[in-house]
Write a protein that binds this ligand. Structure first.
Ligand SMILES: [Zn+2]
Length: 150
């Protein structure tokens, strides 16, 4: 709300947001217990009430991009590192078997981190407002509409 008399919400530093995201914590408040299961976040942070997908139906797309970037980027670094470290006797058979196995396993392993990390990136570029935080804490289940969307 433009005429909100409350002072602007202070966003945690970028480093703090990202570190909390990597540690499966709520990037906004640092509270834990966000994970419902390996593949699902709780709908809200148990500490501050922030909706973990910020009320957006396509939130998972950003998390998916983060997941692929982290998992496959790390895989590429490992493969190149092994080749560089063992040259000229590169264990090609191990890379041919281990590469595809890691390619499938890495996105599954990084799945939870990708969601909390994406939430951190989202909060970094689109900080919370009092109006949005009030909506997160309310029982209103409709999609939040930003002031500029109205
Ligand atoms: Zn929180």
């Amino acid at each position: 709300m433009q005429n909100d008399p409350r002072p602007t919400l202070r966003r945690p530093s970028a480093l703090k947001l990202l570190a909390r995201g990597v540690l499966f914590r709520c990037p906004w408040c640092g509270g834990g217990g966000l994970m419902k299961s390996w593949f699902h976040l709780k709908p809200r942070c148990p500490t501050c009430g922030l909706r973990t997908e910020r009320g957006e139906e396509d939130f998972f797309l950003g998390a998916m991009v983060v997941n692929i970037a982290i998992a496959e980027g790390l895989l590429a670094l490992i493969l190149v590192g092994v080749m560089y470290g063992t040259w000229p006797r590169v264990p090609w058979l191990a890379l041919e078997i281990g590469g595809p196995v890691l390619m499938v396993a890495a996105p599954i392993l990084f799945y939870p981190v990708s969601k909390t990390l994406w939430l951190a990136v989202e909060l970094l570029f689109r900080p919370l407002t009092h109006e949005e935080l009030d909506w997160h804490r309310s029982s209103d289940e409709t999609t939040f509409r930003r002031q500029e969307d109205r």
